[in-house]
Design a protein around this ligand. Structure first.
Ligand SMILES: [Zn+2]
Ligand SMILES: [Zn+2]
Length: 96
């Protein structure tokens, strides 16, 4: 692990692929009882960041366990903070 930390900022992709995030997202899934917090489904769950303010040091309340369909809907309606890649995509969609 060789995370470059300038001013405490964590690189999103470095972090999201780290053991640390793996453990944290596993804990979030556990706390959510392995269910989507929106529809209680349990398919293709992912752990979404409500905010990236504390990336690397998230509070459990910064995280949202959500299934893929709900995730897509939420991002479409911009109810959630987009991830860096989603941001680029959504921006171009929005400006057209
Ligand atoms: Zn769902
Ligand atoms: Zn998301």
């Amino acid at each position: 692990m060789n995370t470059t930390q300038s001013g405490g900022r964590v690189d999103y992709w470095d972090y999201i692929t780290s053991q640390r995030w793996y453990d944290k997202s596993a804990a979030a899934l556990y706390l959510a009882d392995y269910k989507c917090m929106v529809c209680y489904g349990n398919e293709a769950l992912s752990v979404h960041h409500r905010t990236y303010e504390r990336l690397g040091n998230e509070l459990m309340t910064d995280l949202l366990v959500i299934c893929q369909p709900c995730h897509n809907i939420f991002h479409r309606f911009r109810r959630l903070a987009p991830t860096p890649t989603e941001n680029g995509r959504e921006k171009s969609l929005n400006r057209s």
